[in-house]
Design a protein around this ligand. Structure first.
Ligand code: FAD
Length: 437
């Protein structure tokens, strides 16, 4: 197969956004995307909750997400391409203890221009049909559920359609002359010395060497000036064999779709008024285990999930088939449902009729994404469960890294400057993210 200036491995949101920006800003370069599945966004991107928010504890996360949200809104409203952007808002329900622990973060968010509306208990009760803010039942005591005393509403947050977003980038990339190769898996990175001696056994330790292309699982090889590894949860599989630390580990996450059907109380909750232009409940986060409820009005259902850091094992080398990580019905029954029905009793009799699992790719250092490189190689990942909402910014950073190296500065959408070195490991300069969902 012919050589390319740039080969991007992986066509999830991070790979395809990177490819789009690389091709747009380097039109004379040949760019190939290799993806082991049949289209873009079919891995974890397509299995995600696809929510977006600018409410993060880390300053850099706020910048990356806020800018990407503006770009996604621009695609939706100015370019008239429907990528499902729907600013339904995030509503974090908090106990008194959680609120006081969050005050420091909230002040910093507000000071940096993030809009946060605070709601008291009575306002929450009047706006969220059926919400049980007082937790004094025996069950609540057993689970140490706390009373809801406040709500924090982020109006610039919402949801989008990840497959349509990935397709937007794919179409733009192909229209600019980019090439896609689907259903082909990269099995290894090729290594070559900068100057070959012609002797067997290269590269020797005394030679300057770097990545020079990719070897496909079927044995074919493709040469590349630069390889961008954007394989998400599978980054380690390509990086470990060449001694590069991917700085990320995968963990299973699950989503449960609970049908509303003809249940009047669930319907009333789904279409809770007064929060957003869509006339639905916002994305609701309960004060226990980051348990969340996402309204999906077009399919008349709620998606339910939670944050389960502790006791959920890391997976260093995930299977290629994500069906190997199915959602567990008992996890809903004995974990989520127990909490959900205490705060929102209208869920008492409801059960999911669809469910699926996927993988988060955690940067265990600071829960923040990275973009770093080596000779002939750029790696992007570690998005720690919020890569869709930062995909555009990370794609721009990969391109800036390609053009100017780690010391370069990128202008994110909306004209915001960002130093690429912040997301590297040599001169890493990011605040840790504490609000993982
Ligand atoms: C249940 C769940 C809920 C989530 N909710 C949200 C949310 O609300 N908001 C949000 O922003 N994020 C969310 N995320 C996280 C989000 O899905 C990820 O951050 C994002 O998809 C990462 O994009 P990616 O391109 O790195 O990974 P992926 O989408 O997994 O893409 C990697 C691609 O690389 C391909 N690939 C891997 N190895 C190879 C190889 N060797 N050769 C060729 N191709 C290869 C894979 O097939 C895949 O398509 C959620 C994730 C899960 C699992």
């Amino acid at each position: 197969m012919q050589d390319y200036d740039i080969v991007v491995v992986g066509a999830g949101i991070l790979g395809i956004s990177s490819a789009y920006h690389l091709k747009a800003n380097n039109p004379d370069k040949t760019v190939l995307v290799v993806e082991m599945l049949g289209d873009v966004g079919q891995g974890n991107t397509g299995r995600s909750n696809a929510m977006f928010r600018n409410m993060f504890t880390s300053k850099e996360n706020r910048e990356l997400a806020d800018s990407a949200i503006d770009f996604y809104s621009h695609i939706q409203h100015d370019l008239k391409r429907d990528v499902g952007v729907d600013k339904i808002g995030y509503l974090w329900l908090m106990s008194e203890k959680q609120l006081s622990a969050s005050e420091r973060h909230l002040r910093r968010m507000e000071n940096s221009g993030v809009e946060v509306r605070r709601m008291g208990e009575s306002e929450l009760k009047s706006r969220i049909p059926g919400i049980e803010t007082n937790q004094d039942s025996d069950e609540a005591r057993v689970m140490s559920l706390e009373d809801v005393t406040a709500g924090l509403f982020g109006p610039k947050c919402g949801r989008l359609a990840p497959d349509r977003l990935a397709s937007f980038y794919r179409d733009g990339f192909v229209a600019k002359g980019g090439v896609m190769l689907f259903n082909r898996r990269v099995a290894r990175l090729l290594i070559r010395p900068r100057e070959s001696t012609g002797f067997d056994g290269e590269p020797f330790v005394w030679q300057e060497s770097g990545v020079s292309g990719v070897g496909l699982a079927d044995g074919e090889t493709i040469g590349a000036g630069t390889v961008v590894v954007a394989c998400g949860a599978w980054n380690n599989e390509l990086l470990d064999p060449i001694g590069i630390d991917g700085h990320a580990k995968a963990k299973k996450r699950q989503l449960f779709a609970v049908p509303v059907g003809t249940d009047a109380s669930l319907k009333e909750l789904l279409f809770a008024r007064g929060f957003n232009e869509s006339g639905t409940l916002p994305f609701l986060i309960l004060p226990k285990s980051g348990l969340f409820v996402k309204p999906v009005k077009e399919s008349n259902e709620f998606w339910v999930g939670c944050e389960d850091e502790f006791n959920r094992p890391f997976i260093s080398y995930p299977e290629h088939d994500l069906e190997k990580y199915p959602a567990e019905p008992k996890y809903y029954e004995y974990n989520l449902h127990q909490v959900l029905r205490e705060y929102l009793p209208q869920f008492e009799r409801s059960r999911p009729d669809r469910m699926w699992g996927g993988l988060y790719s955690y940067n265990t250092l600071d829960n923040m994404p990275y973009v770093f490189g080596h000779e002939g190689l750029i790696v992007v990942g570690g998005d720690s469960g919020s890569g869709v909402m930062k995909g555009d910014s990370l794609g721009r950073i990969v391109d800036a890294f390609y053009r100017g190296g780690e010391g370069s500065e990128v202008t994110l959408y909306g004209g915001r400057p960002f130093k690429t070195s912040k997301l590297g490991f040599r001169r890493r300069d990011v605040e840790r993210e504490d609000w993982i969902l």
